[in-house]
Every structure is written in C-alpha cells, then in structure tokens.
Write a new protein. Sequence first.
Length: 132
Amino acid sequence: VVCQLGETCSRMEITQKIIEQRTKAALHYNPTALFETDNLGRVIWSNEPFYDLTGQSLDDIKGYDWLTYVHEEERDDCFAEFQSCLEMNRKFQRETKTCDNKKIRMLGFPYKLNEEEQGGFLVSVSELKKGE
C-alpha cells in the first residue's frame, strides 16, 4: 500500500510539472500582450508581445514601473481602480491612453495561491483601433 501511494504521488507531481510547463509556454507564446503582478500590483512577469506593444522590457516595467506606460493624466485613477480590483478579488477592465497617446484596453483577472492568499493579476493589454 505504501509503495502504491508513493507511485501515485510521483505520477501526480509529474502531471503537475507538465501542466505548469504547458501553462508557461501558452502564456509566453500567446500573441496577446500579457503581464502578471504580485498581490500588491507590482509586475513580476510579461511576455514578448507585451514588449512589442509597449517597447519596454521586463526590467523597464518591473515593480510599479508598468504604470509609466499609462498616460500621466490617467495613471493615478488607473492604479486606484487596479488596486481596488486586487483588494476585492474582482476583474479589472479599463480603457485608457498610453504615454504615447495610443488607446488601449486592459483586462485583468485575479488569481489566488490558495484559499486564503491572493496571488496577483494576469493582465492582457490590447491596442484599440479607431472606432473601438
């Protein structure tokens, strides 16, 4: 019985690692610009399409520096709304201007690390075309 339990645990660990690797690959190679924050709203990860859209590397936007991509006039309101969504564990959705006057849509979904602990947000960013 102990041997079977060990084999089952080993299979579960392998399955979990496979799922994690698939998820990382799907997010990294997804054509949608994405970034992830911690539970305080600081960027901890972004993908290549995000670099392409913003012209900023992960080093440029780490921590709260992602807000520099949001237009200066809209930055405080954007972050206040983002923080509220993070604290309330609800979806973040906002259309705003960027620092170079592009119109973008930001859509973020909170995730939890476990039942008690908030993990952060996974946020997609898309440029809005004229008329949207």
